[in-house]
Design a protein around this ligand. Structure first.
Ligand code: PLP
Length: 451
């Protein structure tokens, strides 16, 4: 076993990493010292290079150390690095809010800033509850969420999530939401297409709201793709029906676009593909192009108006020290500029087509039970027996082994269980795509050899 680089030894003496069983470092799980980033690539302290196929947890859009965003942050840092947003305002916060509202689905009229995705979800849940209360409806105390959903790790956000690995341990501390079935097309019944599956699941949501609708604050959803839940995808017809049902029951619709916003699914926001507008929309991750922590919750005028009163208690008193941080807003403004100047959505459509062509080829592997894609999200579902939908035994840790094999091939894949996915930076080049495909195939073949 080669000696650990000095940085890794120092790290393991002092750090506690996110989403990690620290016992597994460094023997089961390598710890990779990264010196810099360039385009879609991460470059190790020792000169090794890995293509970042997961956009550093779905945050990066236009490449690492993208010069235009870096310059915007540097410029802002020499002007105004931060000021509290209570009682004060500044150009980057106002300008960004104006631009987000201009891009967002119609009806969203106000921007509330936070500094990470989970915080945005907390804000949306509290706003929804408080808004009903301010209008005199005190019966509404519950939330509806979908099976297999993920909305973050803080207690409120975790409460409306349904991934056992993250939720189970903390269950005694959590709110108890009502769970509706996920319209996930992978779970379609035999002979059912994605749309029929979506509409069948929507009828179960309808029944749930018929029974409990008058005690529900909001339905929270990840439109089009449940990302952390294994890149499970659904038909937009479900979103249309969910919107109608929420309206019929006076329930807010919260769209968590933290992972799918900013072009990931092919449109600026996923809700657009169903032609719906949520009452509250949570944004983070790609909002700064992957440079700075920032989140925004967009709300309708009706929700905003329900807080206007002489009483402090009716106001939304939630706050974070770094709300609307000018450096983060400057990074977000530079990110939106790139969407305009580089015609990103049109280019992504072409890039996604190339990724799909490679993906289809890889999906011929006999252990791949499903290959699915929405915009710049592509996923391969690995199973021991695709014909009977039998998963690999968890203890085989197929995903982890493919992760390690891919690293040896110069590629960062970070499978969700046994679901491999590509969610690369939008700047990925043709040459990068060729490497992505070759290295993915090699890593799968190493762990799951087939003739
Ligand atoms: C990542 C994610 C979150 C949480 O965001 P953090 O910034 O990691 O707290 C919430 N919702 C969805 C859909 C996400 O993908």
């Amino acid at each position: 076993m080669p000696a650990l680089p000095d940085l890794c030894r120092r790290d393991l003496d002092v750090l506690w990493h996110p989403c990690t069983q620290m016992r597994e470092h460094p023997d089961v799980l390598p710890l990779l010292p990264v010196a810099r980033g360039e385009g879609a690539w991460l470059i190790g302290a020792d000169g090794r290079r890995w293509l970042d196929a997961v956009s550093s947890w779905w945050t990066n859009l236009f490449g690492h150390a993208e010069p235009r965003i870096a310059a915007a942050i540097a410029q802002q840092a020499t002007t105004l690095e931060h000021v509290l947003l209570a009682g004060f305002t500044h150009e980057p916060a106002v300008r960004l809010a104006e631009r987000l509202l201009a891009l967002a689905p119609s009806g969203l009229a106000r921007v509330f800033y936070a500094d990470n995705g989970s915080a945005a979800v907390e804000v949306a849940l509290k706003m929804s509850f408080h808004s009903h209360r301010n209008r005199g409806d005190t019966r509404r105390t519950r939330f509806v969420t979908l099976r297999n959903s993920y909305h973050g790790e803080t207690l409120g956000a975790l409460s409306v999530g349904d991934i056992p690995l993250y939720r189970r341990t903390y269950a005694p501390l959590l709110l108890e939401p009502l769970f509706a079935p996920s319209p996930d097309a992978f779970n379609a019944l035999p002979g059912e297409d994605a749309e029929a599956c979506a509409l069948r699941c929507a009828e179960e949501l309808a029944a749930l709201l018929d029974a409990h609708g008058d005690t529900v604050c909001a339905l929270i959803i990840e439109p089009l793709v449940q990302c952390a839940g294994g890149m499970r995808m659904h038909h937009p017809a479900w979103l249309q029906r969910a919107r109608q049902l929420c309206d019929a029951h006076g329930v807010h619709l919260i769209a968590d676009e933290i992972a799918v916003g900013f072009g990931r699914t092919g449109t600026m926001f996923a809700c657009e593909q169903a032609g719906i507008s949520p009452d509250l929309m949570c944004l983070s991750k790609g909002i700064t192009g992957g440079f700075m922590p920032l989140a925004a919750v967009l709300a309708t005028q009706a929700i905003y108006d329900s807080f206007l009163d002489d009483s402090r208690e009716r106001a939304f008193l939630h706050s974070h020290s770094y709300s609307g941080n000018p450096l983060a807003c400057a990074a977000a403004l530079a990110t939106l500029d790139i969407f305009d100047s580089d015609d990103v959505l049109a280019r992504n459509a072409v890039t996604a087509g190339k990724l799909v062509a490679h993906g289809r080829h890889i999906a011929q592997h006999p252990k791949i039970a499903d290959f699915r894609h929405t915009g710049m999200i592509l996923a391969f579902e690995l199973m021991a027996d695709p014909a009977t939908r039998t998963p690999f035994p968890a203890e085989d840790r197929i995903g982890l082994r493919i992760y390690r094999a891919a690293l040896r091939h110069g590629l960062v894949l970070r499978p969700l269980g046994d679901v491999l996915y590509w969610m690369p930076p939008y700047c990925i080049t043709d040459e990068d795509i060729a490497h992505l495909a070759t290295a993915t195939q090699a890593a799968i073949q190493e762990v799951l050899p087939c003739a």
